[in-house]
Design a protein around this ligand. Structure first.
Ligand SMILES: [Zn+2]
Length: 176
C-alpha cells in the first residue's frame, strides 16, 4: 500500500511548497502567481485529498472522534505535528485577519489571493502530513502492539486480546 501513497505524498509536498511561495508572494502584494496557478492548485487539492481521506479512515478505525487527528498523524515526528498545528492556527486566523489587516474587503482580488492561498496551504499541509504518517506506519513494527506482540488499535492503552499494556514506544501519551 505504501507504494500507492508515494506519488500523492510527492504531489502534496510539491503543492505545499508551491502554495507557500504563492502565499508569501500574495502577502508581499504580488497576486499574479496565485491567479496564474490557482487553476492547477485548486483542483490539485481534491486529487491529494481523496487518498488522504481514504488512508486517514483506515488509520483511525476503532478510534474515538476526538482522537482522529492524533491517530491519523501518529506516524509523523512531533516537530511535524507542531508545524502542522501552527499552520492550522495561522490558516484559521489568517483567513479572517488578513483582509482586515490589508483592508479593502473580502472581495478585493488581492485579499482573495491571500485568503484562498492561506486555505490551500493548510489543506496541502494536512494531506502531506497524513500521507507521510501512513507511509511511516506501513513500515514493519511501526504500528501499535502490546508487550506480547499483538496488534492493537492505535490509541489503546491495553491489549484487547490479552490485557497487557501497550508497548511504551506506542503509548498514547507519546503521540503528541
Ligand atoms: Zn496482547
Amino acid at each position: 500500500m505504501a507504494l500507492f501513497y508515494y506519488p500523492f505524498l510527492a504531489l502534496a509536498t510539491a503543492g505545499l511548497f508551491a502554495v507557500f511561495g504563492i502565499h508569501l508572494a500574495a502577502l508581499l502584494g504580488a497576486t499574479y502567481p496565485f491567479e496564474h496557478f490557482v487553476m492547477i492548485l485548486g483542483p490539485g487539492v481534491f486529487i491529494v485529498w481523496l487518498p488522504t481521506m481514504l488512508v486517514s479512515f483506515r488509520m483511525t478505525r476503532n478510534v474515538k472522534q476526538r482522537d482522529f487527528w492524533r491517530a491519523a498523524l501518529r506516524g509523523c515526528p512531533k516537530w511535524m505535528q507542531r508545524v502542522l498545528w501552527i499552520l492550522a492556527g495561522y490558516s484559521w486566523i489568517g483567513f479572517f485577519a488578513l483582509p482586515l489587516i490589508y483592508g479593502g474587503g473580502m472581495e478585493a482580488p488581492a485579499n482573495k489571493a491571500r485568503s484562498m492561498s492561506d486555505v490551500l496551504l493548510i489543506f496541502y499541509a494536512i494531506a502531506a502530513c497524513v500521507l507521510y504518517s501512513a507511509i511511516q506506519l506501513e513500515k514493519p513494527g511501526k504500528d501499535s502492539f502490546c508487550v506480547n506482540g499483538h496488534r492493537i488499535s492505535p490509541l489503546a492503552k491495553h491489549c484487547e486480546e490479552c490485557g497487557a499494556p501497550a508497548r511504551a514506544k506506542f503509548n498514547p501519551q507519546n503521540l503528541i
